[in-house]
Ligand binder design. Structure first.
Ligand SMILES: [Zn+2]
Length: 342
């Protein structure tokens, strides 16, 4: 499988969407954080062997087109085994509603989470039922967060740990500074730190298209999608490396958003290969968030679920051109994504 980035000839709606959310955000002057921007700490300023990245997987136990216990088991085992094979300290973010497929707590589904814990991997809270903070009452959202930790907290307690990170569903962090800070204070009160994302991407489109190809029993198509996915991720990581340099003059430790799905269960070796080729080593969230960049002001209250690099950039007052060049998904993958099997 090629590890080089293809030139993507046709832009889809991604660029337009980016323009739309940038345009929809009120202009704000740059404020504060100048010391943080200047403090490069001797880290790399372009290519090289010091790059660091966190792999984060959302929607555990699994995000899948046609749910079945067997399919979720396969994803869990293959994904965790692959991550472990490479010694990656990944974190998985759980939606505990998925542990109740028929209304009752399903011990087999709990065992899938246990598999992550037994492998020494960390679990975080991704809410119980994946509510959208932008259309959910804050008190109800907070209840959902607490409902989302019951099983996870127990599993982690058995190994002397506790859930420490929260990932907002849809990366929606609130449409006002008041809501945003209220939820953050709530999370803090319950021992959570927000798990940011710096490399957002269209992995979920590739993953769903891949599921569609498998349901259609079309292995050649699934293979093409997998190959396109790895090439796409190579290009999108490159884009966010450049965005980081444009924002703070150096490359910060990145946090990559992925999901627990069949595509990643099947392509971890290739994805890791691409990242290693780019000079990355794999770290955990604790280490990444120690970088001062993660203390940059974030006053983003737009509707998009966007990367923190872009939140920091928008807060600083960046607009338009700064955000240009985000790689779109492959058009043929978008097409498969948009045509689910019957
Ligand atoms: Zn999610």
């Amino acid at each position: 499988m090629s590890r080089r980035t293809p030139v993507l000839a046709a832009g889809i709606c991604v660029g337009l969407l980016a323009v739309a959310w940038v345009a929809a955000t009120p202009a704000r002057s740059a404020s504060g954080g100048s010391a943080l921007y200047a403090r490069s700490g001797g880290s790399l300023t372009g290519g090289g062997a010091e790059r660091r990245i966190v792999l984060t997987y959302d929607d555990l136990p699994a995000n899948i087109f046609r749910d079945s216990e067997r399919a979720v088991a396969g994803i869990t085992h293959d994904l965790v085994d692959a991550v472990n094979r490479h010694g990656i300290p990944a974190i998985g973010f759980v939606n505990e509603s998925k542990l109740y497929p028929d209304g009752d707590l399903d011990s087999a589904r709990v065992a899938f989470l246990q598999y992550w814990v037994a492998a020494g991997l960390e679990l975080g809270n991704h809410s119980f039922s994946h509510p959208d903070l932008h259309s959910t009452d804050v008190a109800a959202f907070e209840m959902d967060v607490l409902a989302g930790e019951r099983v996870t907290r127990e599993l982690l307690a058995a190994v002397g740990r506790s859930p420490r990170y929260f990932r907002h569903p849809f990366l929606h962090t609130g449409r006002s500074l008041e809501i945003k800070s209220r939820v953050e204070a709530f999370l803090d009160d319950h021992g959570y730190r927000v798990a940011p994302v710096t490399i957002d991407n269209h992995e979920w489109i590739y993953a769903r298209a891949y599921d569609h190809a498998l349901v259609r029993e079309d292995p050649p198509l699934a293979g093409r999608i997998a190959e396109a996915y790895v090439a796409y991720m190579d290009s999108v990581v490159g884009y966010y490396e450049a965005q980081s340099r444009a924002l703070v003059g150096r490359e910060i430790p990145q946090v990559l958003l992925l999901h627990a799905n069949r595509l990643n269960a099947d392509t971890t070796d290739e994805l890791v290969g691409v990242l290693v080729d780019r000079g990355y080593s794999f770290i955990d969230l604790d280490e990444a968030l120690r970088d001062p960049a993660y203390g940059l002001p974030d006053e983003f209250v737009g509707s998009g679920g966007i990367t923190w690099i872009h939140r920091w950039a928008l807060t600083r007052g960046e607009r338009g051109e700064f955000f240009a060049g985000e790689p779109p998904a492959h058009p043929f993958v978008e097409e498969v994504f948009g045509n689910p099997p019957p």
